[in-house]
Every structure is written in structure tokens, then in C-alpha cells.
Design a binder for this molecule. Structure first.
Ligand SMILES: [Cu+2]
Length: 161
């Protein structure tokens, strides 16, 4: 009776110790392999995240109607492009201030920079018919007033940060 009792306790203890060792081995075997790829992944993912956080050039729209430009003031980053869409009933010739010389953006007047083959003088240099658009990529930081050269009281502003 006593011996059976002791034997039962020994068996239970062995089972408990065995189970504990099994559990520990299982933990030490799986825990590091579970953790290591996670830290490796984080290290590998960081450069990808950094690339995604780099500024990406965007394209914005300015709609020109008979009422004027919308938005009339637009803030963008250097390298961004603005698409000026002519939804008015007349022609649209986007040009840097000041009318009539258009010298503010690049320092030359329209007689010397038109036609703007490189498209870097902020001057459309032509009449754009209704339902056409004209794109310009701003590379210089500053506040750039513009107007419709064929209807100069219609003006707007692009702020390049
Ligand atoms: Cu003008």
C-alpha cells in the first residue's frame, strides 16, 4: 500500500518533470526562431520604409473657368507638376508674372524665352483652346504669380516650398 503510493507519486513527479523539460525545450526551440525572423524582417523592412517616405513628385490640377482659377492659390513642393485645365469659354495662355513681360519666374521676357522648348520658363507661350490643358513642373521654390496672357486680369498663385 505504502510502496504503491510512493510509486504513484514518483510517476506523477517524473511525468511533471518530463513535461516541464519538454515545455522548456519546446520554448527554447521555437522562441528564438520565432523572434529572429521578426527582427531580421524589421531590419530588412526599414530601408523599404525609408524609400517610401522619400518625397514623391505629385501632379496637381488648377481648373480655369470664366470665373478664374480654382484653386487661385496652390501650395506644392519643388518638383511637383501643375496641370492647368482650360474649362473656360476662351483661350488660356498661362504665363508667369508680370504681364506683359513674364520675367518673374526665370528672368527673361517672353520674346526671348518663347517658344519654351524645355518648358522650364513657366510660360505656355501659346493660346490653349478650351478643353485643352498645359502642364508645368516647378523646380524653383518661391511664390509664383501667373495670369492668362490673353485675359490678363485673370491671375493666380503657385507657392513652391
Ligand atoms: Cu502676359
Amino acid at each position: 500500500m505504502n510502496q504503491k503510493y510512493i510509486l504513484a507519486i514518483i510517476i506523477i513527479l517524473l511525468a511533471a518533470i518530463g513535461g516541464f523539460i519538454w515545455f522548456q525545450m519546446d520554448n527554447t526551440a521555437t522562441a528564438p526562431t520565432d523572434n529572429q525572423p521578426t527582427t531580421q524582417n524589421q531590419q530588412q523592412e526599414n530601408p523599404i520604409i525609408d524609400i517610401q517616405l522619400e518625397p514623391v513628385a505629385k501632379t496637381f490640377e488648377v481648373i480655369y473657368t470664366d470665373a478664374g482659377y480654382s484653386p487661385s492659390t496652390l501650395t506644392i513642393k519643388a518638383g511637383d507638376t501643375v496641370m492647368f485645365k482650360n474649362q473656360s469659354s476662351g483661350n488660356m495662355w498661362i504665363a508667369s508674372g508680370m504681364h506683359p513681360t513674364h520675367m518673374v519666374y526665370n528672368g527673361t521676357d517672353l520674346q526671348s524665352h518663347c517658344p519654351d522648348a524645355e518648358n522650364d520658363d513657366f510660360d505656355q507661350c501659346a493660346n490653349g483652346a478650351p478643353q485643352t490643358s498645359w502642364n508645368f513642373t516647378f523646380t524653383k521654390a518661391g511664390t509664383w504669380g501667373y495670369h492668362n496672357h490673353t485675359n490678363s486680369p485673370k491671375f493666380g498663385k503657385i507657392i513652391v516650398e
